[in-house]
Design a protein around this ligand. Structure first.
Ligand SMILES: Cc1cc2nc3c(=O)[nH]c(=O)nc-3n(C[C@H](O)[C@H](O)[C@H](O)COP(=O)(O)OP(=O)(O)OC[C@H]3O[C@@H](n4cnc5c(N)ncnc54)[C@H](O)[C@@H]3O)c2cc1C
Length: 413
């Protein structure tokens, strides 16, 4: 059977690198084009949660990628929900699902995941400083164009270029509604803060406060803590970064919150605090056109509330690689449509659920927030936990390893 020989992947983020690793595993050459100019800039980013489903998908790639990522991570044992006064609202024990699914839930540096995936693909296949600008296609293949005037040709082009995807815009011939703004900002940082009693290893803390404020944090290793302050636009109106540093402005916004929130913020270097406004796209079809397809945030961007954006990019990348590994070159357009059918429902459910959770965080007044706390106290250990796990580990999650026929040499992997 003739197989696809060459794929072009646009974007060396988590989705693009996962797809490339999966294609290589099956003997399809993959060339990755990344707009960022240096490896250092590629390996930036803060902390991160990867849930069981992400590890199960990484395991399908073989090569011990899931083990390498887990080895550089903190294994989570609890996901704890609290109010701003420090009252525990719910506590999910993660050992049970870890044992049942056979895969951990972990906190890690984003750069650790990138490093393992980059090694699996091989530096020599990642073209840095090559910004994709457009494509043309015919019955045999696709030609991608880049801003330096160069071109590249393959039998399939995979747009893994993130939330503001150029591949997506090109596919829609210049008209595309902008991403949907969720009405809140995540101020994320990693700080040096040793002390088990302050932030115990193995618990992901998820704090819900009044006035449109939330705060997430967890330990990444013995010395570092990752945190995200999530501020609604209404709350952000009072965050004065004109007259104060970011740290001081956030410290003022979170004054009165139970320990260790103040300590975490005050320990953080000003330059480490990065605000990101949160967007998604309502689930929609149209991920492929002929031999061009979107994956990850380019196809199904979601808010951060389920910590599943990267998890879904990984799932999509592995499923796409699997399907292309079985496809004949002239069946690429049909295979890409089948990929969308296989993935759209699950990724769309994640987008929708994550959006709904985010709206709970917009509650502002004290009575409304007390009502929300009561709801979380009553339902989060049971109903919400059950629904969250049913979504994360449902029957649509593929688990079979990828075929390995004709695997190419891998970088350092
Ligand atoms: C604050 C925050 C916290 C989050 N926390 C989590 C979490 O805990 N767990 C989780 O699973 N997810 C989380 N996410 C979501 C996750 O970060 C994304 O879903 C994930 O990074 C998507 O990966 P991707 O490869 O699709 O896109 P990206 O990571 O955006 O990668 C796209 C790549 O394409 C490149 N690129 C863009 N345009 C071009 C072009 N024209 N030509 C060439 N290259 C191009 C970019 O430089 C980039 O390297 C979080 C998101 C935010 C904002």
């Amino acid at each position: 059977m003739a197989t696809i020989r060459k794929a072009l992947v646009i974007g060396a983020g988590i989705g693009g690198l996962t797809t490339a690793a999966g294609l290589l595993r099956q003997g399809i050459e993959a060339e990755v084009f990344e707009a960022r100019p240096t490896p250092g800039r590629l390996l930036t980013g803060g902390g991160f949660m990867l849930w069981h489903n992400a590890f199960l998908s990484l395991r399908r790639l073989g090569l011990g990628i899931d083990e390498a990522v887990a080895a550089d991570s903190v294994h989570m044992r609890f996901h704890e929900f609290r109010s701003d006064s420090g009252r525990r609202l719910a506590r999910w024990h993660l050992d049970g699902p870890t044992e049942k699914s056979g895969a951990p839930a972990c906190a890690l540096r984003r750069s650790s995941l990138h490093k393992v995936l980059t090694e699996a693909v091989g530096d020599h296949r990642i073209r840095l400083g090559r910004r994709f600008t457009g494509y043309t296609q015919d019955v045999d293949g696709v030609t991608a164009q880049f801003d330096d005037g160069s071109t590249a040709r393959g039998e399939v082009l995979i747009g893994a270029d993130g939330l503001r995807s150029t591949v997506r815009a090109e596919m829609r011939r210049g008209f595309e509604p902008p991403p949907r703004y969720a009405g809140y900002t995540a101020w994320q940082a990693i700080t040096r803060l040793p002390g088990e009693s302050l932030v115990p290893t193995g618990t992901f803390f998820n704090l819900w406060g009044k006035g449109g404020l939330r705060f997430l944090y967890c330990r990444l290793n013995k010395t570092e803590v990752y945190w995200d302050a999530i501020t609604s636009d209404r709350a952000a109106a009072g965050i004065d970064t004109l007259r104060k540093t970011r740290g001081a402005a956030l410290a003022a916004a979170y004054r009165g919150w139970a320990d260790p929130v103040g300590r975490i913020i005050s320990s953080t270097d000003e330059g480490a605090i990065l605000p990101v406004s949160i967007h998604d796209r309502p689930p929609s079809g149209g991920w492929s056109e002929g031999r061009v397809v979107l994956i990850g945030d380019a196809a199904h961007p979601m808010t951060l509330n389920l910590s599943q954006g990267a998890g879904q990019a990984i799932e999509s990348g592995v499923v796409l690689a699997d399907m292309l590994g079985r496809a004949q070159p002239d069946a690429v357009p049909g295979t890409l449509r089948a990929f969308e059918s296989a993935r759209r429902g699950r990724a769309g459910d994640m987008v929708t659920t994550s959006w709904r959770i985010g709206t709970l965080g917009l509650a502002h007044s004290a009575p409304l927030c007390r009502l929300r706390d009561l709801m979380m106290y009553t339902f989060f250990d049971t109903v919400a936990r059950g629904q969250s796990y049913a979504l994360m580990l449902d029957g649509r999650l593929e688990r079979a390893p990828l075929r390995t026929a004709g695997a190419l040499d891998h970088g350092a992997g």
